[in-house]
Design a protein around this ligand. Structure first.
Ligand code: NAD
Length: 359
C-alpha cells in the first residue's frame, strides 16, 4: 500500500517544517524522513521528543547534494515530498544573497531532478499517489497598495527582495517540472507565519524576547507595513489538506485574513506581555518601542485571498490573530530552555550588528 510508504520532508528542523513534523506525528500520519542541513535557523532541540521513534528518520544533509539525494531515494520509496528547506530571512538575503540562490534555486532543482528519477521507478499505484509539494511564500507577488485586492493564484509574480526572487525562481522550476516532465506537483504560497519555535530574528519572537529583557523594540520605518498573519499550525494543516486533496499542477494561496500593520502587532504583543507578566519592571512594554531606519525595498503590504483552498478543499484556519498571538506569547514564556538554546553566540552577534538601535 503506497500510503504506508514514508514521506520526505526537507527543512524539517526549521520553524514551519518542525511544526509540520511534530503535528504529523501527533496525528499518527505515518513514517517520515527529515532531511535538513541544520543551518543557523534549525534547532535540533525542537524535535528531541521524536528521538527513538521508529517511524522518524533524521538525515543531516544539503538539498544541493545530488549524490546524497540519489542515495536517499534508493533507500526509501517515498510517497510524497514536502519541500520546506530554504534560506528564509529577507534581511539576510539583502546582506548575502548567494546562499539564497544556492539553496532556494539550485537546491530545489536538485530535489526536482532526484524526485523525477524516483518517480520513474514507481509502479502504477505508487505513481498515482505520489506528490511533490513545494512550500512557498506570498512575497513572490511583490507589494500591494492599500486599495489593491489581495493576492490570488493568478496575480503576476513581481518579487522585490533577493529572498522573494529566489523563491519565485523555485516556484517556476516546480511548475516547469510538472508541465514538461509530468511530475505530480502541488504548491502553496502562504502569508507570514507566527507561532512556537519561531527563530527570534523574525518580528514577533524578536519583539517578545527583547521586551522580556527590557531591550529596545526596533520597528522599521513608520511601522505601517501590513502583513497578513497566519498561525503556523494552520499553515501545516493547509499543507496536509493540499497533499491529500489538492489537484496536481495547482497552486493554492494560504492566509488567515489577518491584515495588521507591524506597529499594531508590536503594540498588541506589548499589551499581552503587560497582562501575562504583571511583575515585569518594563511595563508598559510599549515604552520600549523604537523606530529604526526602514529596510531597503521594504514591501508595504501583503494580503492573501484564500478563497480557492477554502472553497475547493474546505480548509479553514482554526486560530484568530488574537488567540494565536496569545498562544504564541504563552509558549515563549513557558519554553525558556528552547529560547536559551537559540540565543547562541552566533545569533547574538547577528542581532547586535543588524538590529541595534539605528534611529
Ligand atoms: P526556517 O529558516 O526557519 O527553516 C529553514 C530550514 O531549512 C532550516 O531547518 C534549515 O536548516 C534548512 N535548510 C536551509 N538550507 C538547507 C539546505 N541547503 N539543505 C537542507 N536544509 C536546509 O524557514 P521557515 O520559516 O520554516 O520556512 C520554511 C519554508 O516556508 C521556506 O521555504 C519558506 O520560504 C516558506 N515560507 C515561510 C513563511 C514564514 O512566514 N516563515 C511564509 C510562507 C512560506
Amino acid at each position: 500500500d503506497p500510503h504506508n510508504a514514508p514521506i520526505l520532508v526537507t527543512g524539517g528542523a526549521g520553524f514551519i517544517g518542525a511544526n509540520f513534523v511534530l503535528d504529523w506525528f501527533a496525528i499518527g500520519a505515518g513514517p517520515l524522513v527529515n532531511l535538513d542541513k541544520l543551518t543557523y535557523a534549525a534547532n535540533p532541540l525542537t524535535l528531541s521528543s521524536l528521538e527513538g521513534n521508529p517511524d522518524y528518520t533524521f538525515v543531516h544533509g544539503d538539498i544541493c547534494d545530488g549524490e546524497l539525494l540519489r542515495g536517499l531515494f534508493q533507500r526509501h520509496r517515498f510517497r510524497a515530498i514536502v519541500h520546506f528547506a530554504a534560506e528564509s530571512h529577507v534581511d539576510r538575503s539583502i546582506l548575502g544573497p548567494e546562499a539564497f540562490l544556492k539553496t532556494n534555486i539550485d537546491g530545489t532543482f536538485q530535489l526536482l531532478k532526484a524526485a523525477r528519477e524516483h518517480y520513474d521507478t514507481l509502479d502504477g499505484a505508487e505513481r498515482a499517489a505520489f506528490r511533490f509539494h513545494h512550500v512557498s511564500t506570498d512575497e513572490v507577488y511583490g507589494t500591494l497598495e492599500p486599495q489593491d485586492p489581495a493576492f490570488h493564484e493568478n496575480t503576476p509574480y513581481a518579487p522585490n527582495s533577493p529572498y522573494a526572487a529566489s523563491k519565485a525562481a523555485s516556484d517556476h522550476l516546480v511548475r516547469a517540472w510538472h508541465h514538461t516532465y509530468g511530475l505530480p506537483t502541488t504548491m502553496t504560497n502562504c502569508s507570514n507565519n507566527y507561532g512556537p519555535y519561531h527563530f527570534p530574528e523574525k518580528l514577533i519572537p524578536l519583539m517578545i524576547l527583547n521586551a522580556l529583557d527590557g531591550k529596545p523594540l526596533p520597528v522599521y520605518g513608520d511601522g505601517q507595513q501590513v502583513r497578513d498573519w497566519l498561525y503556523v499550525k494552520d499553515h501545516c494543516s493547509a499543507i496536509r489538506t493540499v497533499l491529500e486533496k489538492g489537484r496536481v499542477g495547482e497552486t493554492y494561496n494560504v492566509g488567515g485574513c489577518n491584515q495588521r500593520a507591524n506597529l499594531d502587532v508590536v503594540n498588541t504583543l506589548c499589551a499581552l506581555l503587560d497582562e501575562l507578566v504583571p511583575e515585569s519592571k518594563y511595563r508598559p512594554h510599549s515604552q520600549l518601542i523604537r523606530f529604526v531606519q526602514d529596510r531597503p525595498g521594504h514591501d508595504r503590504r501583503y494580503a492573501i485571498d484564500a478563497t480557492k483552498i477554502e472553497g475547493e478543499l474546505g480548509w479553514h484556519p482554526q486560530e484568530s490573530f488574537e488567540t494565536g498571538l496569545r498562544k504564541t506569547v504563552s509558549w515563549y514564556l513557558e519554553n525558556t530552555e528552547w529560547i536559551d538554546s537559540v540565543k547562541s553566540g552566533e545569533y547574538l552577534k547577528w542581532i547586535d550588528t543588524n538590529y541595534s538601535d539605528r534611529a
